[in-house]
Design a protein around this ligand. Structure first.
Ligand code: GLY
Ligand code: MN
Ligand code: MN
Length: 402
């Protein structure tokens, strides 16, 4: 992604905010232990508007004046020696902002802008964190507190940004396709020698090597390589167990490349599957094909969910896992996660406040059936673009067979 893309995004958001002032903070680095930090991952909204991958920067966009600035973090010679620092020229080239300012110049600019803007828009902490018991990166709330000292009103524009990010631009679709293609190629290579793997970690390392040796950032999320019963733990990421020829291995893996994510799942047999294993795999595969077929613009999400639930219920009935079409308890037990989510910079990208599919949304379709009492977990996941007349499954070229 290049400076014109980020400039375009900045002008889109400020017109949505009626020429308002947007002030976004990068994430800060998080301590791993003593004097080391976790590998840095940028806050995705901040990245979408400037492309900077470094911690502690600030982006200011004045919609009234049509100007934007990046503010560099306060840094000292010791930090520079250990972590490097992004020079101002590089920051300007990547982002296309008008000027790059020092920390003190940035503070002065905010005070000056407060004379013309009573409201500053920014991104507040996400609600997901409390739902999942995550700790939050403190950078966003710190930025909010700073703005509250300077401006009469500070408002959250997360929803306006989500609405923009939900509808992909052609250049973003191309980036997602590249991440998907790389992931598909890695799956093909692993699949061609699947019976030679003895441990889950061997499979994980093949993907990591494939992605990194081709210059991709790496994984878009922690890869899941789950043999047998492990596939029933939905976010299993230990990937340490021995693989058995008698069980499936579920692979949920996606590359991140040029800022965009892929998210693909296949479930393979290492030996000859039992009739039951094959039946579960066939049921998930048929369900997945049927669900993808429904997707088209202007279909409401509620109708999609209803239809997908019906398809999944039929799959469970065919396997003797549900008692009747009304057995919602079985549906929640054997298919306990969402059928779809948006995909983009974040692997779980927002679809905005939209209530229906719209052209240029990209989402996953990922039905699964998990039967811990039989040590069987099968999920099949593809990445789908909504087109003007229907959909395009952009990971369809990866076979579901092994
Ligand atoms: N890889 C996470 C998911 O499928 O949503
Ligand atoms: Mn997914
Ligand atoms: Mn996935």
């Amino acid at each position: 992604m290049n400076a014109p893309f980020f400039s375009h995004n900045r002008s889109n958001v400020t017109s949505k905010l009626d020429g308002g002032l947007l002030v976004l903070s990068a994430y800060c680095a998080i301590q791993r232990s003593n004097d080391t930090a976790f590998k840095f991952e940028q806050e995705s909204n901040f990245w979408y508007f400037c492309g900077i991958e470094e911690p502690n920067w600030l982006l200011i966009v004045d919609g009234l004046a049509g100007k934007s600035w990046l503010v560099a973090p306060e840094t000292n010679e010791v930090h520079k020696t250990f972590d490097g620092s992004l020079d101002y020229g590089a920051a300007k080239d990547v982002s296309g902002v008008d000027r790059v300012l020092s920390h003190d110049e940035g503070q002065d600019l905010l005070k000056d802008l407060a004379k013309r803007h009573s409201v500053a828009y920014t991104v507040f902490d996400s609600e997901h964190a409390s739902r999942f018991n995550f700790s939050l990166n403190p950078a966003l709330s710190k930025n909010k507190r700073t703005l509250e000292r300077i401006f009469s009103s500070v408002r959250d524009c997360q929803k306006d940004i989500a609405a923009l990010r939900a509808i992909k631009q052609p250049v973003e679709v191309e980036a997602i396709k590249k991440a998907v293609d790389l992931t598909v190629d890695a799956f093909e290579q692993v699949r061609s020698s699947i019976s030679s793997f003895n441990y889950e970690y061997e499979v994980e390392s093949s993907f990591t090597h494939y992605f990194r040796s081709r210059g991709a950032t790496g994984h878009a999320y922690d890869p899941i390589v789950a043999g047998g019963l492990n596939a029933c733990t939905l976010h299993y990421v230990k990937n340490n167990d021995k693989l058995s020829r008698r069980q499936f291995v579920l692979l949920d893996i996606g590359a991140r490349k040029n800022g965009y994510s892929a998210d693909i799942t296949r479930t393979y047999a290492l030996g000859n599957p039992t009739k039951r294993q094959q039946a579960v795999h066939d049921a998930v595969q048929q369900a997945q094909e049927r669900v993808i077929e429904i997707i088209k613009p202007f279909l409401s999400f509620s109708e999609y969910q209803e239809k997908a639930d019906k398809i999944m219920m039929e799959a469970l009935l065919s396997l003797g896992l549900a008692k009747s079409v009304n057995d919602t308890e079985a549906l929640h037990r054997y298919m306990p996660h969402a059928i779809s989510h948006g995909l983009g910079v974040d692997v779980h990208d927002s679809l905005g406040d939209n209530k229906m599919f719209l052209e240029y949304m990209v989402l996953t379709v990922e039905p699964g059936i998990y039967i811990p009492e039989e040590s069987i977990g099968v999920r099949i996941e593809d990445d789908v673009l909504v087109t003007n007349s229907g959909h395009n499954n952009i990971s369809a070229k990866l076979s579901t067979a092994w």
